[in-house]
Design a protein around this ligand. Sequence first.
Ligand code: NZQ
Ligand code: ZN
Length: 392
Amino acid sequence: MNNFDFYAPARIVFGRGTQNQIGELLKPHATKVLLHYGGGSIKRTGLYDQVVASLNKAGLKFVELGGVVPNPRLSLVREGIKLARAEKIDHILAVGGGSTIDSSKAIAMGIPYAGDVWDMYDKGLAIEEAVPVSVILTIPAAGSESSGDTVISNEETQRKYGYGSPKLRPVISVMNPELFFTLPKEQIGYGVADMMSHIFERYFTHTKNADLTDGLCETTLRTIILNAPKVLANPSDYDAWAEVGFAGTVAHNGLLGMGRDQDWACHGMEHELSAIYDVAHGGGLAVLTPAWMTYVYKENVGMFAQFATRVMGVEGSLRDLESVALEGIRRLRLFYEQMELPQTLRDLGIDEENLELMAKRATGAAFDKESPIGGMKKLAWQDVLNIYNLCK
Ligand code: NZQ
Ligand code: ZN
């Protein structure tokens, strides 16, 4: 096990009706709130009215900014920063999914920064301060409710970059599984593929003697695989959503990766798809992950066989680890199919035109600073192109 430093301070308030506590929860932390949300689902479901009622009851002033889209845009972040400065906002409440939370975090670090907030994403500048962010989660997927990360798309340059700082971890995250009942089917699948990927990126490693986090990853994956088909079949299954929702948070709060070298190649490759084609992050991951596994499993066949037996329920001879490993990957594909997820780049509406460009961007080769991605196997741009080609 590697050395590590783990600090994950987000307070998670979980359960039925918890969104109605938001005013009281924020009161010790806020005087004027920016209420940030997406394209309107919170108005259709009635959540908006509940949040407004709770803020009013607690006597908290607020202004609002809606309009966040999936793959959240830099232009709205800049608008939010201007608004928040003018209104002297001291807390941001994100009501939505990863896109709204990430947009909120971007606004939060942009408010006290004198330059353009894209500098953080583009140049990786360290931040000294950020306005605190809290969350009411409406889709379990990105794990942004407990992470210090934000991912923003710059629509002018077609770049999608992530940025992370402990200062961006939400103060309070409210999770009521009842709020997930209204999710469209395809968003359920995307969310599941994303949270599973957050575990895979940490799980598949060459680090030895990490039994505890191996087991935590495997349990979290099994919990998702058991419960996700239940919510797809019955989106009002509270108990199954509770398991999937909590798993999504555990998948990305950092714990599962402690003491292990991590991978993150699939995320790097996916962000290129989203940047150019605006595909849903989880949809891109569902296509890329089995192909990546097929491309890299020989680097550590034992780990992939362990995944196959402990997570995918493969029973096979330990004398033939390779067949066991490959059967695990095949079953993962079947699971994604069962979750009605896209299987190929074609399903995502992506043709061959930009594959090489995306492979070169993912690895930095397009900018004359190639730096291979991934931990299980170091992937140069040609490897990334090979993986994209496996997804056609
Ligand atoms: O915008 P509205 O109208 O709210 O509709 C949203 C949106 O269209 C809808 N939705 C959300 N909750 C709903 C609902 N519809 C009905 N009922 C509800 N309860 O779902 C759509 C997707 O929302 P979005 O916020 O985009 O989903 P998700 O949580 O999957 O977030 C994806 C973003 O997170 C980033 C991704 O790259 C992507 O941009 N990620 C952020 C991470 C982080 N900050 O730690 C890590 C991840 O790896 C990921 O990269
Ligand atoms: Zn992700």
